[in-house]
Write a protein that binds this ligand. Structure first.
Ligand code: GLY
Length: 269
């Protein structure tokens, strides 16, 4: 099988409508442009995820779902195959948590949470967001789609891999709740064998240590589609929404046990 020049996949989250595929495609195109302009694979993934965070149809950034008290707490993470990882948890008031997670990769820390993460983001000069910029806020949970989850991207730039995730979490959850996204090896993982980004029921994804186990299957040589089929079978379709995008040097796979807007772009050498 010939090696790919680049591969980039995006998703709008488990439960996102298939007709929102244009949003996933726009994010993928932004990522490909970033690859072509020489951005690092970490920055590529973050630029693509930021497009999804800026699209209020998805549960991240301006589309984030509110907690039980109406607050909006977001999680994001990014990892590359060079051994860099950064994440934020329960951050409030910033438009693109993925850019905050990227900034964390350039510090001595791995995960920043809550007010400390917000203070860090402010010092890093990252763009703020007020609650009136978020269409779904308030405690009237009837107005937004509660079933969508987490946006994500995986990319291979011909040399390195990266994965990124961002989420508004579960609508109506207790404030302070953190899902799989900022937990390394749960929602995402990237290494020299590939990259994996999950979406869906964060508690179940975390308990399966989903991303690292999917990555280990890629590492032992399983094809992305085989890994996807196996990992989806761990989740009960009635109870646990679950979707995955994953890549290795030769190809990719994506799928979900719900509807899911996603897009893939690849080119051979
Ligand atoms: N999968 C995102 C979350 O459960 O928070």
């Amino acid at each position: 099988m010939s090696e790919k020049k680049y591969i980039l996949l995006t998703h709008g989250g488990a439960g996102s409508k298939n007709e929102y595929q244009d949003g996933a495609r726009k994010a993928a195109d932004t990522g490909i442009q970033a690859i072509n302009s020489g951005a690092s694979v970490m920055d590529v993934v973050c630029q693509a995820v930021a497009v999804l965070e800026n699209d209020s149809r998805f549960n991240a950034g301006v589309g984030s779902h509110p907690r039980a008290d109406g607050s909006v707490e977001m999680d994001a993470a990014v990892m590359d195959s060079l051994g860099n990882f950064g994440a934020v948890a329960v951050i409030e008031g910033f438009k693109n948590p993925i850019h905050v997670a990227n900034a964390v990769t350039r510090t001595q820390y791995k995960v920043l949470a809550g007010q400390g993460a917000a203070t860090f983001a402010q010092k890093a000069g990252l763009e703020t967001m007020t609650k009136d910029q978020i269409p779904g806020t308030g405690t009237d949970f009837s107005t937004t789609d509660s079933s969508t989850d987490t946006v994500g991207c995986v990319a291979f730039d011909g040399t390195n891999f990266a994965a990124g995730l961002s989420t508004g979490g579960i609508k109506g959850a207790i404030p302070g709740r953190v899902g799989d996204v900022p937990l390394i090896g749960c929602g995402l993982y990237a290494g020299t064998a590939g990259a994996v980004a999950a979406t869906g029921d964060g508690e179940t994804i975390a308990m399966h240590m989903t991303a690292i186990r999917a990555y280990q299957m890629l590492e032992r040589g399983d094809a992305p589609q085989k890994v996807l089929d196996e990992v989806i079978s761990w989740f009960h379709p009635e109870d646990d929404a679950f979707g995955l995008i994953l890549i290795n040097r030769n190809g990719y796979a994506g799928g979900c046990n719900r509807s899911m807007a996603w897009a893939a772009v690849s080119e051979e050498k």
